[in-house]
Design a protein around this ligand. Structure first.
Ligand SMILES: [Zn+2]
Ligand SMILES: [Zn+2]
Length: 449
């Protein structure tokens, strides 16, 4: 006689199943909670386990995993998960956890008996069919001047609301179209609206785009699960970035879409998504050369510089200038302190070299000078330093970026006014804007840097 173990905290459901299966010739064991269920499954080795998905103490996913992970078991029981949940993600997660079948309550006796009689043991799980690569991507016109558009300009966390209407509350995301390429800089919450816009513009035409991630802090990746083009099997999404301090780029991106955080895992996104960890400091995206530089920010964070046919765009959304940080460390004019300042100066010089003569500089200007005093070492810059960097580097157009979540529109505008005043005080011509959602900038083909 074959044995089935029914694990469910609903006694009347257990009784019903016992009645059905008892009269169908099965010996039925019962467990009222998951912990007892796992114990009985291991001790008594039933031919099949029917377990509820949601139970206090130990849920059906855990039961599936616990049974499947048992070492030394030759004959694995068939596991049938029973649940009221019709969500595809729950079904998928149950199967991934080790369930063979997923039965939505209420179901009929004959359905359950038919499934149980379909042979014993685990059935092989079918491998996912390989996705056919899309053949023809829509090519962008290459004769249009390179341009960029801001979709998210905020740092740290989205801040929607009446006080951020003008500059916008979404986190970092900039779209660049240059020389036939669509290049997206960071996937903060702003990428959601960009995705909607691309889907509308390209309709059913395949899109081929590249996403450059500066680092994996939330404000730079959290929009990706909501990026519509990544859900179309016609589209190709290449993601580039560097390995983080603790985890690789791929692992970090997939982690934020694991079941506790999001209903769709990254590998179930239908788009052709390829994540590549960068090893080189320079690489090509079509005809656009990309250079990178490590910047001063907690963890591994880079800035990108895109060399287009009409000048270059430098993007450093998170950066705390070295000199300012070190000079605030309260050091005495000892030789160690002077050495530290010298080192900091050299590091800042490297950043200046990296952005030198850029047509456009988009850079972290989260604080004003007074705020910075109480945010030393937080990894962000202040307006005064950013203007100085841009002037030293002879940048043409500066965009203040990564606005503080506590700054309302009026505060960002005040910081912009101050930045322009600083430029005027130096007698320079640097153009300054505060980045805002929807703002577009077209590079001048006559310029080249
Ligand atoms: Zn950030
Ligand atoms: Zn960051």
């Amino acid at each position: 006689m074959k044995t089935v173990l029914v694990v469910d905290d609903d006694a009347s459901f257990r009784q019903l199943i016992s009645k059905w299966l008892g009269s169908a010739g099965w010996r039925v064991l019962e467990a009222g909670d998951g912990t007892e269920g796992i114990q009985l499954a291991i001790e008594l080795q039933p031919d099949a386990v029917i377990c509820s998905l949601l139970m206090p103490g130990c849920n059906g996913f855990q039961i599936c995993r616990a049974i499947r992970e048992r070492a030394g078991v030759i004959e694995q029981p068939k596991i049938i998960v029973t649940t009221g949940s019709v969500y595809a993600t729950d079904r998928r997660n149950a199967i991934e956890a080790g369930a063979d079948e997923y039965l939505v309550k209420p179901f009929k006796a004959e359905d359950l008996i038919r499934i149980l009689d379909l042979g014993q043991g685990r059935r092989p799980v079918a491998a996912a069919a390989p996705r056919p690569p899309p053949k023809h991507y829509t090519s962008l016109p290459t004769n249009q001047p390179p341009q960029l558009k801001f979709w998210g300009v905020r740092g740290s966390i989205p801040t929607p609301g009446p006080n951020t209407v003008w500059y916008g509350g979404n986190t970092s995301c900039v779209e660049v179209r240059a020389d036939g390429e669509i290049i997206i800089l960071d996937a903060g919450s702003g990428i959601r609206a960009l995705g909607q816009s691309l889907a509308q513009e390209f309709n059913d035409q395949p899109i081929n785009l590249t996403l450059l991630i500066t680092h994996t802090h939330w404000d730079h990746i959290q929009g990706f699960p909501f990026f519509i083009p990544a859900y179309s099997p016609h589209n190709k999404v290449r993601i580039f970035g560097y390995e983080g301090a603790r985890k690789g780029l791929h692992s970090t991106l997939t982690s934020q879409m694991e079941s506790p955080y999001f209903p769709v895992s990254m590998r179930h996104m239908p788009g052709n998504i390829a994540v590549t960890e960068l090893r080189e400091r320079e690489f090509q995206i079509g005809n656009v050369k990309v250079a990178t530089a490590f910047v001063n920010h907690p963890g591994v964070c880079v800035g990108y510089r895109l060399f287009t046919s009409a000048g270059s765009i430098a993007y450093l959304p998170d950066n705390e200038p070295f000199q300012r940080l070190r000079s605030h460390s309260g050091g005495q004019p000892t030789s160690d302190y002077i050495e530290a300042l010298k080192y900091a100066s050299e590091q800042d010089q490297k950043i200046i070299e990296f952005i030198k003569d850029a047509e456009v500089l988009i850079i972290d200007a989260q604080y004003d000078d007074v705020e910075y005093q109480s945010h030393v070492g937080w990894g962000h810059g202040c307006v005064d330093d950013v203007v100085a960097l841009a002037l030293f580097a002879k940048v043409k157009q500066l965009f203040l970026f990564h606005h503080d979540p506590d700054h309302d529109d009026a505060q960002v505008s005040r910081m912009l006014d101050w930045a322009r005043e600083l430029v005027a005080l130096h007698g320079e011509t640097l153009a300054v804007e505060a980045a805002r959602e929807g703002l577009e900038y077209v590079l001048n083909p006559a310029a080249k840097s």
